[in-house]
Design a protein around this ligand. Structure first.
Ligand code: GLN
Length: 523
């Protein structure tokens, strides 16, 4: 395969080719590393590429296969990992200067399970600093570019994982979703993303943003790939006290059940509060078409109301900063990464531990992180605790009750994933409130811990950019989002005569040489 022509096969197709002896893991892994070398100078999806480690693991996978002793269905299929998950021996920065140079001595459980499944790890993907953001512009290492239009954002915080998958730099990837960071990047890059039920995938080794909201999950180009990857990383983990001690539902089976596109008898609830004002016309049009397709396929569509969802964003932006301010206290210049020792000439005495902490946190954290630490410590301070944090927790309960009532009327709930298509780099980066609004539709699921999938719904008429549809189900009914997600995917693929990414522009189609922003392939 020439370096500029992408390997567009899904992970399931690659696994089948490996199983049939048509290719090797080394060949597949090298093809993706070549693709990274050609396009990532433009896309900047990766913070770290581990060519040596990936090829070594690929060779080991090929040996296992030759010996008839593969580890599992995805053995040999390479994967990219968001840089918020600890990887032994491989730098983990969370997109922050404060973790520059930190090499974890252990693997996150998700990473350990990827390795135990035989998946070579291509590298670590870019993200908003500590997963705070919706555009990947808050990365201390520079933004990631959307492969559909390099001047636009790939969503966030997991824009690196989504862009890597959309640009065929990786067959699939791992992301994390605290308020939408798997689903919203999925929507704006035309890829598939799943936020599993809270507690369904271990958080051990996932650097906490807000531990009551964070959940790792798959970022892929097909619903089947997401289910395959979810089954590798999911399930109970005694190392995570919030991990659910129950077996995962059968996800790949659910995809196979949905693949014929038949939705007879499935009750689909359109959430009244997640649409209308604030949503781009083209995004709404594609969403309505998806609902129509599902109706034609036999689904019973009802409108449901979740009145407290209008407060979800405000609630999230109290709970998240509160938890984040506490979590980020561990970056104290003593234990990890960066240490800045201030000049002692100012005070005339050697700097104290506090001076070092202050200087390190001042230099190591970006503006958005500082903003949220200030917000969070304020919301938690005595005198304001009840008025802000305590009140937010009460509204969180009301959001959960809305979900419970809605799931009595419908098996799954649907809405557009993000209110708009990808916006231009620079457009919202200095306007925190405008940035926060991108997660309007994704946040309720995190507040209540329910699972959700986002898949492409088509291209918006105004700008020709991908829009997404999200499907939510009750906690531990992840199989339901896969079944309905697979059905909708197959209906849409029939409608389009192929996958949405097939309609993507030159960078993705033929290599970066055709990109208007080409500055030459990186060496
Ligand atoms: N964009 C949201 C935020 O800034 C969600 C982030 C996430 O899911 N990690 O907090």
């Amino acid at each position: 395969m020439s370096p500029t022509s992408a390997d567009k096969r899904t992970a399931a197709e690659l696994a089948a080719a490996l199983g049939a002896g048509e290719t090797s893991s080394v060949e597949i892994t090298r093809a993706h590393l070549d693709r990274i070398a050609v396009v990532d100078g433009e896309v900047h999806a990766f913070l770290e590429v581990d060519a040596e480690g990936a090829l070594r693991d690929a060779a080991a996978s090929d040996e296992r296969r030759a010996a008839g002793a593969t580890y599992g269905p995805l053995d040999g299929v390479p994967v990219a990992v968001k840089d918020v998950l600890a990887t032994r021996g491989l730098p983990t920065t969370c997109g922050s200067r404060i973790l520059e140079g930190w090499v974890p001595p252990y693997d996150a459980t998700v990473v350990a399970r990827l390795r135990a499944g035989g998946l070579p790890i291509l590298g670590k993907t870019n993200m908003d600093e500590f997963a705070m953001g919706s555009s990947t512009e808050h990365s201390a290492y520079g933004p990631t570019h959307n492969p559909w239009d390099l001047d636009r954002i790939p969503g966030g915080s997991g824009g690196g994982s989504a862009a890597a998958v959309a640009a065929y730099e990786a067959p699939f990837a791992i992301g994390t979703d605290t308020g939408g960071s798997i689903r919203q990047p999925g929507a704006v890059t035309g890829t598939v993303g799943v936020k599993p039920t809270y507690g369904g995938v271990s958080r051990y080794g996932l650097v906490s943003l807000a531990n009551s909201l964070d959940q790792a999950g798959p970022v892929t180009r097909s619903v089947l790939d997401a289910a395959l990857l979810h089954e590798v990383i999911g399930g109970h983990d005694p190392l995570d006290s919030t991990s659910i001690a129950q077996p995962l539902p059968a996800l790949v089976d659910a995809v196979r059940r949905g693949a014929d596109g038949d939705l007879t008898g499935v009750r689909i609830g359109v959430v009244k509060e997640l649409g209308g004002e604030g949503y781009q016309a083209g995004v709404l049009a594609r969403f309505e078409e998806s609902v129509e397709l599902m109706t034609k396929a036999g689904a019973e569509v009802v409108e449901v109301s979740c009145p407290h969802f209008v407060h979800a964003l405000a609630t999230y932006y109290l709970i998240l900063p509160a938890e984040a301010s506490s979590n980020l206290a561990r970056f104290d210049a003593m234990r990890y990464g960066l240490r800045v020792t201030p000049d002692d000439s100012e005070k005339g005495v050697p700097p104290s531990a506090e001076d070092v902490m202050r200087a390190t946190r001042e230099a190591g954290f970006g503006d958005e992180v500082k903003r949220r630490i200030i917000l969070g410590t304020y919301a938690l301070s005595s005198g304001y605790y009840d008025a802000y944090y305590g009140q937010a927790q009460k509204v969180r309960t009301l959001v959960t009750r809305d979900f419970e009532a809605a799931f009595e009327q419908a098996d799954v709930l649907v809405s557009p994933t993000a209110p708009t298509t990808a916006f231009t780099i620079g457009e919202k980066v200095d306007d925190p409130l405008a940035m926060y609004l991108n997660d309007l539709a994704t946040i309720p699921a995190n507040l209540s811990g329910v699972p959700g999938i986002s898949g492409p719904s088509g291209l918006a008429d105004e700008d020709g950019l991908p829009a997404g549809v999200q499907i939510l189900a009750p906690a531990m009914a992840d199989d339901r989002v896969y079944r309905v997600g697979a059905a909708l995917e197959s209906l849409l693929v029939q409608e389009w005569g192929g996958r949405l990414l097939d309609q993507a522009p030159p960078l993705v189609e033929e290599g970066v040489q055709r990109s208007s922003r080409n500055q030459g392939a990186p060496s």
